[in-house]
Design a protein around this ligand. Structure first.
Ligand code: TYD
Ligand code: MG
Length: 455
């Protein structure tokens, strides 16, 4: 084995010690020491890839070859869009998500898609037979897909160097380890070291690598935050595992727009892209119901319409209950306070429950107006007029501000056959107004009830 020099560093003050310590003698913090490699001669990872990796040289920007920017079509429209129009060769992509959400399914589908690429799916979680079973379920449409069940980084790098695939998937970073470190797989230093080796490999050979990472209970990608800094793209796969819909969200993208989303449906034979999310997020009711409003949202480049449900019922106890699913509870409380003050509804006497269709989590301020509309409709127990939807942000004084990219939201509402859209009165006067939809501008939320219930 290659000689490596390791030391332990305090994460708080950087104090170096030859062995692990519980308490840092320098800053006095407890449990802050982590193992790190400080020098190495020639690691097996490097030698397996054919000696030390060639050092890159600086080059003039005008002389960099254009072809370095070509993108690879992965053969999956949703993923290609979230990546910003295809995969950039040599990129390192982190795919995070809660256990059981479908990360392995999605990544194996990428490997099996008929995209003409040579793919290598490395699994530290499942055996080759288990992967075969899953592959049969998903359909094998790429004869050049290789599967490798291994957890030792040095072996993985050696195989990547030998097979020279175009795309590598490592499922998951928490299960692989390097023998250079004594700490167990999944520890901070292992994750960092493994990711750094994969990064170096991706950059020098132009191989694109997907790394799968688990998410902890508090929603962060397990392991060090540093993982998010070193990779080029961070994708988060989310959704309610009791529901069939999943969202792939771009959180960071060095090669394209972030906050791009892809929508999938989990079926018996894998994940299917949903081309038209509005259709699944809107329910067609036999008769109008109170407490339901439709918001026009725009996450990424694609606008969609989503249904919001609210229930405002008499509070049984002194302190009213407030629960929101898929929406920030603090923002809901803020909106309820504005409703109380500006429309004069007695919200302090009401328990309020809020829910977004399809188990979607939304963070679009342009949906504020739809949330308020659902609450108002439930409060008065009066259904919103048919064919009405909303797009607008609500401020603390009850003013309605324009939602970002309002024009696209209006067009999407028109396309789906809505008759009227309530928006901020402050949108640009010269904004495009598509035919067939009435645009109702309001400046303050006290004008909302009239706009919602007018026939
Ligand atoms: P998986 O990809 O194993 O999740 P992760 O890697 O994020 O932990 O997905 C597991 C779930 O997906 C499992 O509950 C079964 C379901 N599933 C389907 O509904 N259809 C399918 O075709 C596949 C392969 C899985
Ligand atoms: Mg998995």
């Amino acid at each position: 084995m290659a000689k490596v020099k390791k030391a332990y560093f305090c994460k708080n003050c950087g104090f170096e010690a030859p062995k692990w310590l519980g308490k840092c003698p320098s800053c006095g913090e407890w449990n802050t020491f982590a193992e790190e490699i400080i020098a190495r001669e020639s690691g097996p990872a490097a030698s397996a890839a054919g000696g030390p990796l060639p050092a890159a040289k600086p080059q003039r920007v005008s002389e960099i070859r254009e072809s370095d920017h070509r993108r690879i079509d992965l053969g999956n429209a949703e993923i290609d869009r979230v990546l910003g129009g295809g995969l950039v060769p040599g990129s390192l992509i982190l795919l995070g998500g809660e256990p059981g959400i479908g990360k392995s399914t999605l990544s194996l589908q990428i490997a099996l898609a008929p995209n003409g690429l040579k793919t290598l799916y490395v699994s530290g979680e499942e055996s080759a037979e288990q992967i075969k079973m899953r592959a049969l379920r998903l359909g094998i449409r790429n004869e050049e897909c290789m599967v490798y069940a291994e957890t030792l980084l040095e072996n993985i790098v050696a195989q990547i160097a030998e097979q020279k695939p175009d795309v590598v998937i490592v499922d998951s970073i928490q299960t692989i380890y390097t023998e250079l470190l004594d700490s167990s797989a999944g520890s901070v230093s292992q994750i960092r070291e493994c990711a750094a080796t994969l990064l170096k490999y991706a950059k020098t050979t132009g191989t694109s690598i997907f790394i799968i990472g688990h998410i902890t209970k508090d929603g962060a990608i397990a392991g060090p935050k540093i993982l998010e800094h070193i990779v080029d793209v961070v994708l988060q796969f989310e959704g309610d595992s009791n529901n069939v819909y999943r969202i792939l969200r771009g959180i960071k993208n060095r090669f394209g727009a972030t906050f791009e989303i892809g929508v999938f449906e989990m079926l018996d034979d894998g994940l299917r892209g949903v081309d038209n999310p509005s259709e699944i997020l809107l329910t067609h009711y036999e008769e109008p119901l109170s407490g339901i409003a439709v918001g026009a949202s725009a996450d990424g480049v694609r606008p969609y319409l989503i249904e919001v449900q609210a229930l405002a019922s008499g509070a049984a106890y002194g302190t009213p209950q407030r629960t929101a699913t898929g929406f920030d509870t603090r923002r809901m409380n803020m909106l309820l306070a504005v409703v109380e003050k500006r429309i004069g509804l007695k919200m302090f006497q009401k328990d309020v429950f809020l829910n977004f269709a399809g188990g979607f989590k939304v963070a679009d301020p342009g949906l504020d107006l739809a949330v308020v509309a659902a609450v108002v409709s439930s409060y008065y127990d009066r259904p919103v007029s048919e064919g009405v939807c909303c797009a607008g942000e609500v401020g603390l004084s009850g003013e309605v501000r324009p939602a970002p990219r309002c024009e696209q939201r209006i067009s999407e509402a028109a396309r789906l056959g809505f008759k009227r859209i309530i928006v901020s009165g402050y949108i640009a006067k010269n904004a495009k107004r598509p035919k067939g939809i009435e645009v109702v501008p309001i400046n303050s939320i006290d004008q909302l009830p009239r706009a919602l219930f007018m026939e």
